[in-house]
Design a protein around this ligand. Structure first.
Ligand code: 13P
Length: 255
């Protein structure tokens, strides 16, 4: 992480949590100042409840997904505009679980990125290879395809996005990628952003890592030059554990 980019820690609760977790999570952040941006993505149904507590903390709310449609007859969907109105700061797009279980693809992700930008949400485009792809030596190819197709013709002149590198084999397995492995991929992503856009955009975009992040491996990951933050699943469901990870991001931000 470098001083130019503000670190960000995002909690992805997935299909977990409830009102009790909201209370304990927010409570542990009350009155604490963070140099890093801290965002929790609860299930949609809890966003409003969470929002009512947020005035007492610096926490922000994000969404785990966003519809690729603006409005209309799309049962069960939630639009970018609705998320913005609900107070969301960001939305995850193309998480590997959505790609694998809900048939999300790169063109669909691209549409979501554009809609999020149009409505003032920070899109967090999730990319990453499977175990088989890494073993076959095609990880970078897969990542480049997800990146270039997910951002196809997206103008980033004065818009902000975030890229989340989440190798599928590291998600929920307890087998985090090593800091060196992550740094190599993040540098690759930044180089590709420079090729697709320009050096200014490449230096501005935050690239975060997700996959079995915990309070033990967070610091070393955050110390890598091109790791600008963390996307935390399982460990974010324990408020004390998540707070500890956020403190580490804060320490790195203050150096
Ligand atoms: P885990 O931290 O549980 O591996 O999940 C990572 C993730 O998918 C965050 O989006």
């Amino acid at each position: 992480m470098t001083q130019q980019r503000k670190p960000i820690v995002i909690a992805n609760w997935k299909l977990n949590g409830g009102l009790d977790l909201i209370c304990t999570s927010v409570a542990s952040f009350i009155g604490k100042h963070f140099e890093a941006q801290i965002v929790i993505c609860p299930p949609y149904i809890y966003m409003r409840d969470m929002m009512t507590f947020l005035q007492y903390s610096e926490l922000q709310i994000g969404s785990q997904n966003v519809s690729k449609f603006k409005s209309g007859a799309y049962t069960g969907e939630t639009s970018a505009q609705m998320l913005k109105q609900a107070g969301c700061a960001l939305c995850l797009i193309g998480h590997s679980e959505r790609r694998a279980m809900f048939a999300e693809n790169n063109p669909g992700c691209r549409t979501k990125v554009q809609l999020a930008l149009n409505h003032g949400l920070l899109p967090v485009l999730c990319i990453g290879e499977t175990k088989e792809e890494r073993e076959a030596g095609t990880a970078k190819e897969v990542i480049f395809t997800q990146l270039s197709e997910g951002l196809l013709d997206i103008d980033l002149t004065d818009k902000d996005i975030c890229i989340a590198y989440e190798p599928v084999w590291a998600i929920g397995t307890g087998l985090a990628a090593t800091p060196d492995m992550v740094q190599e991929i993040h540098r690759f992503i930044r180089d590709k952003l420079e090729a697709l856009y320009n050096p200014t955009v490449a230096q501005r975009v935050r690239i975060v890592y997700g996959g079995s992040v915990n309070k033990t491996n967070a610091k070393e990951l955050l110390n890598q030059e091109d790791i600008d933050g963390l996307l935390v699943g399982g460990a974010s469901l324990d408020p004390d554990h998540f707070l500890e990870i956020c403190k580490q991001a804060n320490n790195v931000a203050q150096v």
